[in-house]
Design a protein around this ligand. Sequence first.
Ligand SMILES: Cc1cc2nc3c(=O)[nH]c(=O)nc-3n(C[C@H](O)[C@H](O)[C@H](O)COP(=O)(O)OP(=O)(O)OC[C@H]3O[C@@H](n4cnc5c(N)ncnc54)[C@H](O)[C@@H]3O)c2cc1C
Ligand code: FES
Length: 253
Amino acid sequence: MFIINSPLVEKSELQSNIFLFKIHCPEIALIIKPGQFLNIRVTQAFFPLLRRPFSVSDVEGEYIYILFSIFGEGTQILADKKNGETIDILGPLGKGFNLDDDYYTAVIVAGGLGAAPFPFVTRKLQKNKEIISFVGSRTSNEIITYGMENVYTASDDGSIGFKGNVVELLKSKNVELINKKIKIFGCGPTPMLKALAEYCINNDLNCEISTECVMACGFGICQGCPIESAQLKDRFKLVCKDGPVFNVKNILL
Ligand SMILES: Cc1cc2nc3c(=O)[nH]c(=O)nc-3n(C[C@H](O)[C@H](O)[C@H](O)COP(=O)(O)OP(=O)(O)OC[C@H]3O[C@@H](n4cnc5c(N)ncnc54)[C@H](O)[C@@H]3O)c2cc1C
Ligand code: FES
């Protein structure tokens, strides 16, 4: 784990309020795994005091990428940074996706900003797995398909793709997926992850999800990010240390 001030080398606004930062950070780029995250101190000023967590969105050589939208004060400060400014990064943190199981087809299910970790997952899997990506959001303006392949879209208002949420879209493709040996990778808002977990457990599908919660330290010290465990022996796990990626069978949402 490193704490590093790394330069922002390229800032782009992929679409309205969706920012992609390319950061030169060889120390982390060489070791970080898909699904792990970074805890970023957005300013050296006193407020906001706490770091903000972001998935590593992609890695290219010595460069790491984050993808985010302006949500509150911290992400606003981050979005205002200019090329050449440094970013105070703590990472890599948490446990990422297990990409090495026995499956032929990776099924990615992303809701809204939950698309953030999947360019890196796609890059790692595209040589030896078939990938099918399901991406959903409220409207067409918020759909993020950056860095993904073989994409089916869904929107709540029907302005793009399937009309409904992304888990309903996944269910509608059940017949096409049933004969494939699949593993599902999900990330998005908690209600979406809950629906995805229920579907996968009921249909005995192998599924890992990247969960979200408000964090402080990011590495297991403050105990501020509990998630209920499905195992009786330990009632709670920590999202930052035991996750953020969990098999759906191991947690209760
Ligand atoms: C492991 C992990 C990975 C993440 N990856 C990404 C990513 O790749 N891209 C991205 O855009 N966002 C990501 N997030 C969410 C991101 O961390 C929050 O949007 C960010 O911390 C908000 O900071 P802010 O200062 O802008 O908002 P704040 O002003 O801190 O918060 C505004 C509101 O959002 C709530 N909030 C704060 N933090 C979170 C949070 N972590 N989750 C949900 N609500 C929160 C606060 O309670 C408050 O009500 C991730 C979160 C986690 C836990
Ligand atoms: S954020 Fe401190 S223990 Fe998880």
